[in-house]
Unconditional design. Structure first.
Length: 179
């Protein structure tokens, strides 16, 4: 009986410590499976939002993490290839959060790539009027490299390729929006 109790305790400890150290993403502005607000909606393309990036915090980066990246992607966009709303690369490993509307106050060396709106920086959500709810993937990537060789003209597809080649882990919040 004692062996069974010890094995059970070891199993529970392993499950608890594995879950406790999982790379995770939280936000004071957005939540899993919840609708985004006017704050995160684009200003243009027929939308009249505030176009503000949300506050994001990430926790428990895996060993070997050398930098972070952030992406916001809409797989439901009627393009055949989704829609890139934001890419940020080369965030130092010491950065574990960004405030709402971070924009030009990102750390030195961080690079915002070109969105599918055609410009660098955060481009808020703006699905076609009357379309089904879209699912916006806010993802933070833990990377095994200090720096990716990308600039403000890097497309979302190029950034995605480089991130997938360099990722140790990623954590995602999927929020929704419909108009």
């Amino acid at each position: 009986m004692k062996v069974r109790q010890i094995l059970c305790a070891l199993f529970l400890w392993a499950v608890f410590t594995a879950n406790a150290s999982e790379f995770s993403l939280t936000s004071s502005d957005i939540a899993q499976d919840q609708p985004l607000t006017r704050a995160e909606v684009f200003k243009g393309f027929g939308c009249d939002g505030d176009n503000l990036s949300p506050q994001l915090s990430w926790h428990n980066a895996p060993a070997g993490t050398k930098s972070f990246a952030i992406t916001v992607f809409d797989p439901d966009a009627p393009t055949g290839s989704g829609w890139w709303h934001w890419t940020v690369v080369n965030l130092p490993v010491t950065v574990t959060s960004v405030p709402r509307a971070v924009g030009s106050t990102l750390p030195v060396g961080a690079v915002q790539g070109r969105t599918d709106y055609g410009q660098a920086g955060f481009g808020g959500v703006c699905p076609p009027a009357g379309d089904k709810p879209h699912h916006y993937q806010f993802t933070v990537w833990a990377l095994k490299v200090d720096k990716l060789p990308l600039d403000a003209q890097a497309s979302g597809a190029l950034v995605g390729y480089m991130l997938n080649a360099s990722a140790l882990a990623k954590a995602t919040i999927v929020a929704t929006y419909q108009r």
